[in-house]
Design a protein around this ligand. Structure first.
Ligand SMILES: [Zn+2]
Length: 147
């Protein structure tokens, strides 16, 4: 078991922080005015970013989902780390749908980090902390990065 997230310093590189701020700036949020960015690092070391993209029918895309779509669109399948940045000081944790989306491509060691609006780390999670006792590909007899 790893240490509690509260006792461990959370390291976020300047590159990740900048990428998170940059992608959040591209968010299309005319309805919620709640811009979110997500940056993930795959197991190959490549970085993918996404922002939330709203639509008039209120069925827009979350930032995490956009970043995961970029990951998968580039032929990759494993999230090593994912960073989420909201607009303010509050914890902008992935929504329920996105927790399940991240779970699809997460390993037991995947790091999920929530940044504050300035890009400083607020809190870090493992997948089983964010979505305990989760349903995943294994439940459907499919392979998963979880093993
Ligand atoms: Zn979401």
């Amino acid at each position: 078991m790893s240490q509690s997230t509260q006792e461990t310093a959370i390291a976020v590189s300047d590159d990740i922080r900048r990428a998170a701020l940059d992608v959040r700036a591209n968010a299309y949020v005319p309805y919620s005015d709640h811009p979110v960015g997500a940056v993930l690092i795959s197991d190959s070391g490549r970085t993918y970013a996404g922002c939330n993209v709203e639509s008039a029918n209120y069925k827009g895309l979350c930032a995490e989902g956009s970043a995961i779509a970029a990951l998968v669109s580039n032929g990759e399948r494993v999230i090593k780390e994912i960073y989420v940045i909201g607009p303010g000081a509050h914890l902008c944790t992935p929504c329920g749908d996105c927790r399940q989306r991240i779970r699809e491509f997460a390993t037991v060691d995947t790091r999920i980090v929530v940044l504050d609006g300035d890009g400083a780390p607020l809190k870090q999670y493992r997948m089983d902390e964010l979505l305990p006792d989760s349903f995943g590909p294994e439940n459907l007899d499919k392979r998963s990065p979880m093993g």
